[in-house]
Design a protein around this ligand. Sequence first.
Ligand code: C5P
Length: 226
Amino acid sequence: MIVTIDGPAGSGKSTVARKLAALMGIPYLDTGAMYRALTLKALESGTSLDDPDALVRLARETAIALDCGPTYVRVRMDGRDVSEAIRSMQVNAHTNPVAANPGVRAVLVEKQREIGRQLGSLVTEGRDQGSVVFPDADVKFLLEASDAKRAERRYLELKADGEEVDLDAILANIRSRDKNDERQWLPLKERGQAIVIDTTAMSIAAVVERMREEVERCRARQAVRR
Ligand code: C5P
């Protein structure tokens, strides 16, 4: 079974995706980590973020390996563990040109489909998982939350990691990423292809429970069809 979870930064995707995957006993894929790893590589290697072709070459050359467990995501870029480095505000602030590059997306989308083929069943989260990467997914979720709530969540996360953070800067960063990101998931919403959950006032447990019910419903429908 393939379950996709899309939505903006701070909508709670990562937390609920890994909890749902653990409940279902299937792997979890954090596709944002791939865009983050590539952004880090561009920054470290001095690749111009204004050079679309160089970014595509970088995407092709870079080995990104993910180990997504129930309580952790370990990310290796060219063999080096970059799990912490990819969560910095510096990376947050530079993902846009990487994620907006169609050639880069094509390379990463193919890597994600390959992971999907190898695993067979997974919970995958990102921006385009239900719309582009796995259009035939069994269950598609779209998570939403107010801007203020999303900024607050990111603020608490970064602070817990020991980063010096400013709530207004995070809000501005989230809004600028939304502008670029939302074109990925809007088709899902416009075509009514996703189960939309507004997580603003919901606990993590409540969101996971709601998702679990939807997955059970899907399994029951599939069992009847067989
Ligand atoms: O979800 P996360 O904040 O880790 O994603 C980092 C960035 O990667 C996002 O701002 C978005 O621009 C990009 N992304 C994407 N498509 C995905 C996952 C993430 O464009 N499937």
